[in-house]
Write a protein that binds this ligand. Structure first.
Ligand code: PXP
Length: 240
């Protein structure tokens, strides 16, 4: 079965907009599990713009499904991840000024450094996946690092319109190649309710990580009820 990892970063984005305690990403994670999530994914960014270290610590103690930590492969983050002990870690490139992760990791140009980071976490029982573009050279290099698997960046597919079939094909070819090299294959970024079927039907992919579209949908299906509850509070206050 295809696993669904739900990325809850943007629940924390809404919380950080106010600097208070709600909405709580841990509560959102438990609801995601009730809805059928096979795992919870968070990106602990260097600038801590959404998820905080404390969130990851609380998730580790609370959730029943798999915890997947997206992170830059820096010495500081590798040390921290070894303490936080997620089930999986996904190494992603990170630039402070980006809105979201913009491209895959260039594994080929930093194979030795990444091999050491992969080894440091895998020796602590944390499976490491590398977030890469659907590119043959990056797949070969990923295998050389000893990583458990790769997460194929679906952003180019998600952002394309006329060339979408070709981009889906590139993801499918990369998935087959990675699998044939012994890597577990995940995919994610920019997937939504409309564009996910083509990626979900690629047989070598065993896990998808999806965040923004699920959080956006949760707001829309929750809005009516949330307003109804506030309306009821106002009416009760006036009635008493
Ligand atoms: N996978 C990785 C490696 C990511 O960096 C992200 C974004 O944080 C996602 C999946 C989820 O992307 P989206 O929020 O667009 O669904």
């Amino acid at each position: 079965m295809l696993r669904l990892g739900v990325n809850i970063d943007h629940v924390a984005t809404v919380r950080q907009a106010r600097g208070i305690m709600i909405p709580d990403p841990v509560e959102a994670a438990l609801l995601a599990e009730n809805g059928g999530a096979d795992g919870i994914t968070v990106h602990l960014r260097e600038d801590r713009r959404h998820i905080q270290q404390r969130d990851v610590e609380r998730l580790r103690k609370t959730i029943k499904s798999k915890l997947n930590l997206e992170m830059a492969a820096t010495d500081e983050m590798v040390r921290l991840a070894a303490q936080l002990r997620p089930d999986d870690a996904c190494f992603v490139p990170e630039r402070r000024e980006e809105l979201t992760t913009e491209g895959g990791l260039d594994v080929a140009s930093q194979k030795h450094r990444l091999r050491a980071a992969v080894e440091a976490l895998q020796s602590n029982g944390i499976k490491v996946n590398l977030f890469i573009d659907p590119d043959d050279e990056q797949i070969a290099a990923s295998r050389d690092t000893g990583a458990h698997g790769v997460e194929i960046h679906t952003g180019r597919y998600a952002n394309s319109s006329r060339t979408q079939a070709r981009e889906a094909d590139a993801v499918a070819r990369a998935a087959a190649l990675a699998r044939s090299r012994g890597l577990e294959v995940h995919a994610g970024h920019g997937l939504n309710y409309d564009n996910v079927p083509a990626i979900a039907s690629i047989p070598e992919i065993v896990e998808l990580n999806i965040g923004h579209s699920i959080v956006a949908r949760a707001i829309m299906i929750g809005m009516e009820q949330a307003v109804r509850e506030m309306r009821a509070q106002l009416d009760r206050a006036r009635a008493s």
